[in-house]
Design a protein around this ligand. Structure first.
Ligand code: PLP
Length: 383
């Protein structure tokens, strides 16, 4: 007799990970693949982080930590808020998590009951809506475009029929890279505060911007849940480490959830990350080469035929409207990979409604790869 399978397992895939798998399979078969699909730095963790990890391997027991994370790392993150944003944060409000992904799970579980409705921009990071769905919450997609710089606005929230219990915002955003300036962030936070909507700010791309620095929700209010990670600016994706800054009403609930779900975040990574905030020079060097990759793509892509691009203010993505080239971005990306070896991500990952007309290029990889990819696409579309 067939065994029962839970409906939760029917969760949508994180399509970029499926594209990455296809790209790796082609590479393993000896083909020359250029990875512009996945949003991760091509660099390893900074030198001093690797040294701190080696010292921890030799000198620490590396058992469980308390669920909220090791005190020196929480203190170092609080210092980071003073130094980078001029904001005082009590280290007791900081919770270390297994990546920001762990932070989403914990914060959604603690803040929302099944059936609660949470708004988010479409296009946006796909796992927000997939995690919410699997938890029994209702993701409410806010269709945003170039007019709103692909970010939620009070007007887009006002247009939602029915109650809202939460709003998730990412600035810089994935996939568009657009940012909310301080007045725009203030307006959204005020709107949510007046209506009892929980504000969750994903600040994972802070540190990677090409003009203005990104503003933290904590510069505006103590009420938001702020989620961050060592994955992007700090170039530590595989170390699976992130953090949250929590409002008082959620701290203890999230600690209890973390104790039960994860016990603690990876201990070796926590010790290693202590060194991460002192590696600015090396990490800003990465941002400098992202900036060169960005310049190259913003020049080359329109010449190749991708001429409607979202403003890439931050993060390491270019989101392109491709309706002149296809109305099926998934098939288009598959063909591109097969015929050019360039892997990129179809927009349907980020926007189930309109994403078939969009694709995302990640420029976090090596400069030579990004340049070669642009040259291949030019030849491909000219053919
Ligand atoms: C906007 C955004 N948030 C969160 C994540 C997840 O990051 P991690 O779990 O590695 O911290 C990603 C990864 O691409 C992302 O783009």
């Amino acid at each position: 007799m067939a065994l029962k399978l839970a409906r939760r397992g029917e969760i949508s895939p994180f399509i970029v990970m499926d594209v990455m798998r296809a790209a790796h399979e082609r590479a393993a078969a000896g083909e020359d693949v250029l990875h512009l699909e996945v949003g991760q730095p091509g660099t390893s963790a900074p030198r001093a982080v690797l040294d701190a990890a080696k010292r921890a391997l030799d000198g620490e027991r590396l058992g469980y930590t308390v669920a909220v994370g090791i005190p020196p790392l929480r203190a170092r993150i609080a210092q980071h808020y003073r130094e980078a944003y001029g904001v005082q944060v009590d280290p007791d409000r900081i919770m270390i998590t297994p990546g920001s992904s762990g932070g989403f799970l914990l914060s959604f579980l603690a803040a929302f009951d099944p059936g609660d409705r949470v708004a988010l921009a479409a296009p946006g990071y796909p796992c927000y809506r997939n995690i919410l769905s699997v938890l029994g919450n209702e993701p409410v997609l806010l269709p945003v475009g170039p007019e709103e710089r692909f970010q939620p606005t009070p007007e887009s929230l006002e247009a939602v029929a029915g109650p809202l219990h939460g709003l998730i915002v990412a600035s810089p955003s994935n996939p568009t890279g657009t940012m909310l300036d301080r007045p725009a962030l203030q307006r959204l936070i005020d709107y949510c505060a007046e209506r009892g909507i929980r504000f969750i700010s994903d600040e994972i791309y802070h540190g990677i911007s090409y003009g203005q620095r990104a503003v933290s929700a904590l510069e505006v209010s103590d009420a938001p849940v702020v989620i961050n990670s060592f994955s992007k600016y700090f170039s530590m994706t595989g170390w699976r480490l992130g953090w949250m800054v929590l409002p008082d009403d959620l701290s203890r609930a999230i600690e209890r959830l973390a104790q039960n779900l994860f016990i603690s975040a990876p201990t070796l990574s926590q010790f290693a990350a202590l060194a991460a905030f002192d590696c600015r020079e090396e990490l800003d060097g990465h941002v400098a080469f992202y900036a060169r990759n960005r310049d190259l793509l913003l020049q080359e892509l329109p010449e190749a035929g991708f001429d409607r691009l979202a403003p890439a203010d931050g993060a390491f993505y270019v989101y392109a409207e491709v309706s002149r080239l296809t109305d099926d971005s998934e098939a288009f990306c598959r063909r591109m990979l097969a015929e050019t070896g360039v892997a990129i991500t179809p927009g349907v990952d980020f926007d189930p409604e309109r994403g078939h007309r969009y694709v995302r290029f990640s420029f976090a990889g090596a400069e030579a790869d990004v340049a070669e990819a642009a040259a291949r696409l030019r030849r491909w579309l000219a053919a």
